[in-house]
Design a protein around this ligand. Structure first.
Ligand code: NI
Length: 223
């Protein structure tokens, strides 16, 4: 996969299942998704989302944000200064979200990276792929329960229409210390390489220099 994306497992199967069970029995906190889309995007948005101020949303959101923050690989890839706008959506047959761009600045923060955490299994619904438009092709992503994808918020994307079943996901945004996608990707490669060397050969004076260069580059490139 492209260095611009990261797919990673965040929850184990039973954790994901427990969340979906809670979302399935919830009756009153689901709202029409059009409420939170920008006026341009609202025309193409068709789903339900969980009221962010509801107890159930706050409880599950906290769990997921804590998992994201404590994951070393995700942290190295996204360099998060703020994880924001986290919400849960439910899409039924006929639901989808047409091609759109996420707002660069939201009341909750800047969107440098967007993420989707798939909560139920791909077999539970037909359609519902996250489609990311790149210059050359359309990437179609449908991950297993508990897996998530991070991608640059600068890319046009859509959610294919759900043909049958129910699709549950958690979406949100990351404001990164490093706004520029390419800069962030260089840093990720350097960090991953240095950590790999550390694991293989242990500490060394040379590695200290590499980690020092990494830290100073982060200081220079970050905001
Ligand atoms: Ni979007």
């Amino acid at each position: 996969m492209n260095m611009e994306y990261l797919t990673h497992s965040l929850l184990n199967k039973s954790e994901a299942k427990e969340i979906v069970q809670k979302l399935k029995v919830e009756k009153s906190a689901w709202q029409d998704g059009k409420k939170t889309a920008g006026s341009h995007a609202a025309k193409t948005k068709n789903n339900f989302q969980l009221d962010k101020s509801s107890d159930i949303s706050i409880e599950i959101k906290d769990l997921i944000v804590n998992k994201i923050i404590s994951n070393k690989l995700i942290k190295s890839f996204t360099l998060p200064s703020l994880i924001h706008g986290v919400m849960f959506t439910k899409s039924l047959a006929g639901h989808g979200y047409g091609t759109h761009l996420d707002n660069p600045y939201m009341p909750s923060g800047r969107s440098d990276l967007s993420f989707t955490l798939f909560l139920n299994e791909p077999e539970d619904y037909q359609g519902g792929e996250l489609c990311i438009q790149t210059i050359n092709k359309l990437e179609k992503i449908k991950l297993s329960a508990g897996e998530m994808i991070f991608y640059p918020s600068s890319q046009l994307h859509s959610v294919a229409e759900v043909k049958n079943g129910e699709r549950f996901v958690c979406v949100g945004w990351i404001q990164s210390y490093v706004q520029n996608n390419e800069d962030r990707s260089f840093l990720f490669g350097l960090d991953a390489g240095a950590k790999g060397l550390l694991a293989k050969h242990g500490r060394s004076d040379e590695l200290d220099l590499i980690f020092q260069a990494y830290s100073n580059l982060l200081r220079r490139l970050g905001d």
